[in-house]
Design a protein around this ligand. Sequence first.
Ligand code: SF4
Length: 249
Amino acid sequence: MNNIPNKTLFKITKRTENRKLGNVVVVSSSPKTCPLNCEFKNNGCYAEYGPISLHWRRIDQKGINCSDLCNEINNLPVYLPIRFWDAGDFPGNGITLNRKECIQIGNVIKKRTETKNYAYTHYDMNIQENRTVVRMLLRRNLIANISTTMYQADNLLNKYNLPVVIVVPEPCSQTPSGHKIVMCPNQMAKLNKQDGVLTCDKCLLCAQWPRDYAIGFLPHGTNKNKVLAIARTSLERTIYDKNRKKNKK
Ligand code: SF4
């Protein structure tokens, strides 16, 4: 039931020159960090396939611990943005975030006032402790984006003021409840055959908080058809629920 790692291990990659990311520092964590509720776990997650999966799984043997990660971050040039959890998630037990380790990371990020830093988490924000930890991270300049599909995202946006990113089946501008969505500019440029024109280091929408919109992502990766099917089902369920509530009134 519980997938608690004995100690969470991490990998930090400095100065990636990548067509999507540009010049950002990337931090990944052990596959054991992924929460049990993630809809894509063993079910289409891009990090579970291809070359990235080999690098990811190696973190369990060769990764560094949380204190070493924080030391590495402290030694980074102040101007480099950091993107957390290219693969993996925040430290946690699969259900709740590990407040101590998350805040340890948040405290070193807080000192990086000259850059924007962002993360993605699939932890369940219906759990109060997870929301508390995410808010503590937001106050420390680490923008922890809650990564979901439409059904959860629309509900979260109705209830909580948190940064949300949504995997959507096709480009869109709002959720069924009317929350604004801005599609990832990098993916949109790629759709318009301008791949590499707008990289994350130039965009940094994901590192923007507060913001009055969710960010939409299209399925990508080797198993994107599986992800697409999940995203589509989630959207259809949201629309169905909304219509049912409307008809009850
Ligand atoms: S929205 Fe911007 S920062 Fe976020 S993934 Fe897309 S290009 Fe990168």
